[in-house]
Design a protein around this ligand. Structure first.
Ligand SMILES: [Zn+2]
Length: 160
């Protein structure tokens, strides 16, 4: 069976930057299950998967606009040193969890200055092209209910 609109597809995947560093893969998070043709995966990848069969491998390179979006300068902010309990231990490139009014975000320390610390809330892959490598593990037709809902029902159950 080949992948077409309304196929339920299971993929092994690996997300890399162009230097080959792996950022995410099914080794950690398990296979990726999605409903084909409903915009659940990046468009460039979805287009290449159309017509693919079980066992087939697909590689795509995606520009920033198709992956994590452009780098936004607005997401870089200056925070007074006093805001950090352990400012002496901060290093450039260190990742921190920052709490704000709308939850906890992963941020990166860009620069530690005498008076302020520059914090960057952009996704580490923002503004970068990425490579995605996938292997098709299984393909089946979606049920009518899955098509109506626009997502996969894992083990027959609607998670929404
Ligand atoms: Zn559902």
């Amino acid at each position: 069976m080949k992948i077409e609109k309304n196929s339920v597809v299971e993929l092994d995947y690996k997300l890399m930057d162009l230097e080959g560093n792996v950022w995410e893969s099914s080794k950690e998070g398990g296979p990726w299950l999605y409903l084909h043709g409903h915009g659940e995966v990046m468009p460039g990848l979805e287009a290449k998967l159309t017509g693919a069969a079980i066992g087939q491998k697909v590689k795509v390179e995606l520009g920033p606009e198709e992956a994590y979006g452009p780098y936004e300068d607005d997401l870089k902010t200056e925070v007074p040193r006093e805001a950090f309990a352990d400012v002496e231990n901060l290093n450039e490139g260190m990742r921190l969890a920052a709490e704000s009014s709308d939850g906890v975000h992963a941020v990166m320390v860009r620069e530690v200055r005498d008076d302020v610390v520059i914090i960057d809330a952009n996704h580490p892959l923002a503004g970068k092209a990425v490579k995605v490598e996938v292997k098709v593990l299984s393909v089946r037709s979606a049920t009518e209910e899955e098509v109506a809902h626009g997502h996969v029902h894992k083990d027959g159950a609607c998670g929404h």
